[in-house]
Design a protein. Structure first.
Ligand SMILES: *Cc1c(COP(=O)(O)O)cnc(C)c1O
Length: 464
């Protein structure tokens, strides 16, 4: 399998290189040059497989010959062996047609672990025998950072620099990052919001001087391997609910459009997905884009769902590329226009392409609270605020198919918000240990390119 850039002018790469790279050299994102397709029989053949075996079957066409089947199985077994539930991503039934897909049984209590535990192992495997150390630079609204740091702490040949918006992540999220004292882990609190942190990371990748000096790599969902690992649970869940004979709908609490793009990929591969609901909070750029073709930035409003407090969704570019006939030059022009003006219109082809599969919804604070209470009182499930955004959208989507809301975080990761909404304070699972007694280490920097790139340059290892 080869991977091509959404902006059409970077070299194509194989799986190993696409995993170790971040943004494409032309500023685009890598996507497979074509979608592998699974027949009805192949999907039926996934019935009853373990999570690891499902993962190997779904990912093999993307990995190609970069790993043998045995190697891929070994890495998946290690990654998913760290999950606290034998099913890795279990389904929970809420009422007769509403389900939760619990993606938070990994070490840092959010769905990011599903991909990042595996990505950490891919890095280690692919770097074997390579001497230039990898400099991972990322921005997080909380969950990517903790999951990436857990996956990479102490690994040889990798340094990780993680930017988070100061004061805008939950105390559990912050401590899961800042109490990891391994010498290859560097936490930077940015005096700004997540979009500023993400823009700084993009600027470092795009700066020739900076990116020329270090072997930069990404763990944000611009990294293709992360999305690939997330495609697996759509198959795993849908097959358990009757695919390929019955189609299934998913509601996805969305920020950077990574998780829902993985669902789009599953549909492209032949999984019968009735509908993908893109659920946003009041930071609703994606809702406006999908419902009205209007992709224009507003100011970011802080909410109890920090992982969705985003105005620019990096992975949306992958969708626009695929829906727009995979015309890299046209997409590059569209994205440059957006970068300059902060706004763009979707083309008719993009809008019509989206309409068949995707719908969207915007869920405000009251609706989120109601969804948390409904889950608690009617179904006996305490859910986190992000999951509640997805559930609120799922319950009013009006889809005639089993509806699965992706439960993206453990409620204990957002204890204060859960307690405010439901009166119940979730307890931290034993696997997070003595998080609140550990020493923290991080630096606070202004949200400027000079300050952040300078601080990192002093600490990262130059290429040979
Ligand atoms: C990252 C995250 C999201 C948003 O996922 P995207 O892939 O960025 O759309 C939603 N909920 C939680 C808890 C998250 O950590």
């Amino acid at each position: 399998m080869r991977y091509i850039s959404t902006r059409g002018s970077a070299p194509s790469l194989g799986f190993r290189d696409v995993t170790l790279t971040g943004l494409a050299r032309d500023g685009g994102l890598y996507v497979p040059e074509s979608w592998p397709s699974f027949s009805r029989d192949e999907i039926a053949g996934l019935a009853g497989l373990s999570y690891v075996d499902t993962a190997v079957a779904v990912m093999t066409p993307f990995v190609g010959d970069a790993l043998t089947r045995d190697e891929l199985t070994e890495l998946c077994t290690t990654a998913y062996g760290r999950f606290a539930h034998a099913a890795v991503t279990p389904l929970v039934q809420l009422d007769h047609d509403q389900w939760l897909l619990e993606l938070f049984h990994g070490p840092t209590l959010a769905f990011k672990d599903v991909a990042l535990q595996l990505l950490g192992l891919f890095f280690e495997r692919f770097l074997d025998g390579d001497d230039a150390p990898l400099t991972v630079v990322g921005a997080t609204s909380g969950d990517t950072g903790s999951a990436a740091i857990d996956a990479l702490a102490g690994r040889a040949g990798v340094d990780i620099f993680m930017l988070h918006p100061a004061g805008r992540v939950s105390d559990v999220q912050r401590r899961q990052m800042t109490t990891v004292l391994a010498p290859n882990v560097h936490n930077i609190a940015i005096e700004g919001d997540f979009d500023q942190a993400q823009a700084l990371v993009k600027a470092m990748f795009n700066d020739r001087d900076f990116s020329g000096r270090f072997r930069l790599s990404a763990v944000n969902s611009i990294n293709w391997a992360r999305l690939m690992a997330q495609v697996v649970y759509y198959f795993y869940a849908a097959v358990r609910l009757g695919a390929p004979d019955r189609s299934v709908a998913f509601s996805v609490p969305t920020g950077n459009f990574g998780d829902v793009f993985a669902g789009y990929v599953a549909a492209k591969m032949g999984l019968p997905i009735e509908r993908l609901v893109v659920a946003t909070n009041v930071n609703d750029i994606l809702h406006r884009a999908i419902s009205a073709g209007d992709y224009s930035k507003g100011g970011v409003r802080q909410t109890p769902t920090p992982s969705m407090d985003i105005q620019v969704s990096s992975n949306f570019e992958r969708l626009l590329f695929d829906l727009g006939g995979r015309d890299g030059a046209a997409l590059a022009a569209q994205m440059t226009g957006f970068d300059d003006s902060g706004a763009m219109r979707l083309t008719n082809a993009q809008r019509e392409g989206a309409a068949g599969l995707l719908s969207s919804d915007r869920v405000d604070l009251d609706e989120m609270t109601m969804a948390m209470r409904w889950a608690c009182e009617e179904a006996g499930e305490v859910i986190d605020p992000h999951t509640a955004i997805g559930l609120a959208a799922a319950r009013r989507a009006g889809v005639d198919a089993p509806m699965v809301t992706l439960a993206t975080a453990h409620p204990a990761k957002f204890r204060d918000a859960v307690e405010r909404a439901t009166g119940t304070r979730p307890t931290l699972p034993a696997r997070v240990g003595d998080l609140f007694d550990r020493e923290e280490r991080f630096v606070t920097l202004p949200a400027t390119f000079a300050a952040v790139s300078g601080w990192i340059a002093e600490r990262a290892t130059c290429k040979a």
